[in-house]
Design a protein around this ligand. Structure first.
Ligand SMILES: C[S@@+](CC[C@H](N)C(=O)[O-])C[C@H]1O[C@@H](n2cnc3c(N)ncnc32)[C@H](O)[C@@H]1O
Length: 273
């Protein structure tokens, strides 16, 4: 059972994991370096626990103690009870969802381990590769689509944003904790590894020479890796060159492209098994 500790000093060092949550630059550096991430709200905290992440501590305003009682009774981590005003002072924002948890990151799985272990169905496998998605909300939304639409694993280019950053976790509704993911180290060279494992790599792009998404779907590839590019420029020339197929989602009304998270949802749905 966790120890319930009331704290009334915003400078209490036990609140260190929760300080300045609105300072994106600071948190982006601190969280991976200190091996933690922040789960926000009852559902996401439960999801993180169910996914096997170890809780370092929880920060609750008093009225959430009863809601989280079962978690408090189950985990050995300290639980800090604070007033909403103190939570705001420490974190820098009004914590609407009343509960925050600091969770310990897990080591990322190896690329081949994920390619092998992506749940095998008789029909095949679906994986996604995101190149340099920088916006945490886009990344979270793309992960949510991946979880909902049967994508077995997600691979991130080295410069892609952190899926465990608070906003990404929140927008994904905890999907970043469910879908297996890892980071590629050698990009775009690593695209070759997918091919070696029998995946067809399909680059979602706007090229004139691209086949359409319905055409790709009709090919019913058993192992398919869908590649999506960064918000501004799209997939890099090197990534496009390395892909087996170029695929576009037909656009209308003079709109040139979809937001990357929307494009991922359309592509995952069209090619689902
Ligand atoms: C906002 S778009 C980037 C647009 C960029 N100007 C380009 O030429 O690719 C971000 C990513 O979403 C995907 N995407 C968006 N609209 C698409 C479409 N109509 N067809 C295929 N992929 C699309 C691509 O993977 C793209 O790299």
């Amino acid at each position: 059972m966790a120890e319930l500790i009331t704290i009334d000093d915003p400078d209490d060092p036990r609140l260190h994991d929760y300080t300045s949550l609105t300072d994106v630059e600071l948190r982006r550096r601190r969280e991976p370096a200190e091996g933690l991430f922040i789960a926000e709200g009852e559902k996401v905290i439960r999801r993180a626990r169910d996914a096997g992440y170890r809780m370092r501590s929880m920060l609750l305003s008093a009225k959430w103690v009863d809601v989280m009682r079962d978690v408090i009774e189950e985990v050995p981590a300290p639980v800090y009870a604070v007033t909403p005003a103190l939570a705001e002072q420490v974190t820098g924002y009004h914590v609407h969802r009343g509960a925050l948890a600091s969770m310990q990151r897990k080591p990322l799985p190896a690329v081949d381990e994920l390619l092998d272990a992506a749940p095998a169905r008789d029909e095949g496998r679906r994986v996604a590769i995101f190149e340099d998605i920088v916006d945490h909300a886009n990344l979270g939304a793309a992960f949510r689509s991946a979880a909902a639409l049967g994508v077995d694993a997600v691979f991130l280019s080295p410069r892609c944003a952190d899926p465990l950053y608070r906003r990404a976790v929140k927008v994904s509704m905890g999907a970043v904790l469910q879908v297996p993911w890892t980071r590629l180290e050698s990009w775009p060279k690593d695209i070759e590894r997918f091919r070696r494992q029998g995946f067809v790599t399909a680059a979602l792009c706007l090229a004139d020479k691209a086949i359409t998404l319905p055409e790709l779907a009709a090919r019913r590839y058993g192992r398919l890796a869908l590649m999506l590019g960064t918000e501004g420029d799209g997939l890099s020339v090197d990534a496009l060159r390395a892909a087996d197929e170029w695929v576009s989602i037909p656009m209308s009304a003079g709109v040139d492209s979809l937001n990357v998270a929307a494009a991922s949802a359309v592509a995952f749905y069209a090619t689902r098994l």
